[in-house]
Design a protein around this ligand. Structure first.
Ligand code: AP5
Length: 210
């Protein structure tokens, strides 16, 4: 099964992708995570994209397409994958079509007001990548990761100015992908507003999974 997860920043793509990838035993490819890992390693790519990501702008298509093209060649993608946050522009979607076919593009919808609440309350474990929310998915001990005990952080691009920029970038550059995949008969819509358990059930139902 090869899936694309679309939707505005904070709609729950990453939360659902991690869960479905585990459930189906397929690879989870988050371009945002790949870029953050490169930044943490201070690799050439990381140094190139750090400021772009902190502002909430998009990394140039050429870099992003190359990263994904390499990643989907890895052995763990042979049985299927979820692309979380890629493609994000029409150029990326056209490049992906030349690389590999997909079974569906799932679009998670959420109001702007709720997106801002989700992003401003998000906490990230820098060690294992697990995501929490101060109100909706709080860790058992405040500010510590339930899985590995590391101190949780706020992503630099979850500051309010960057959030507003990301929402505007999404509307201009990524929202057109809804029409792109709808015209190809691949689009599936999932309401991202309910609690995580209900969103996950709706996702499986939409994809006709047991
Ligand atoms: P990326 O990391 O992909 O960020 P994003 O798309 O902005 O998505 P988010 O990770 O912010 O949100 P999400 O939808 O995954 O929500 P989450 O599940 O975490 O990209 C970061 C940056 O990298 C981009 O801005 C860009 O610069 C660059 N980049 C990445 N891909 C690129 C590309 N293809 N091209 C160019 N540049 C690219 O949930 C959010 C919060 O809500 C969490 O706290 C979570 O716990 C909580 N939550 C989740 N679901 C629920 C629920 N159902 N109910 C209550 N709370 C919930």
């Amino acid at each position: 099964m090869k899936l694309i997860f679309l939707g505005p920043p904070g709609a729950g793509k990453g939360t659902m992708a991690k869960r479905l990838a585990k459930d189906r035993k397929i690879a989870h490819i988050s371009t945002g995570d790949l870029f953050r890992e490169a930044i943490a390693r201070e690799s050439e790519l990381g140094l190139e994209v750090k400021a772009i990501i902190e502002r909430g702008d998009l990394v140039p298509d050429s870099l992003t397409i190359q990263l994904v093209a390499e990643r989907i060649k890895a052995g763990d993608c042979a049985g299927g994958f979820i692309l979380d946050g890629f493609p994000r522009t029409i150029g990326q979607a056209e490049a992906l079509e030349k690389l590999v076919g997909v079974d569906a593009a799932v679009n998670f919808g959420l109001s702007d007001e709720e997106l801002v609440r989700r992003l401003s309350g998000r906490r990230l474990c820098p060690a294992c990548g697990r995501t929490f929310h101060v109100d909706f998915m709080p860790p058992q001990v405040p500010d510590l990761c339930d899985s590995c005990g590391a101190g949780l952080i706020v992503r630099k691009d979850d500051q309010i100015d960057s959030i507003r920029n990301r929402l505007s970038v999404y509307q201009k550059q990524t929202e057109p992908l809804i029409g792109f995949y709808s015209r190809r008969g691949l689009l599936k819509n999932v309401d991202g507003a309910p609690a995580p358990e209900a969103v996950f059930s709706a996702l499986k139902k939409t994809l006709a999974l047991p």
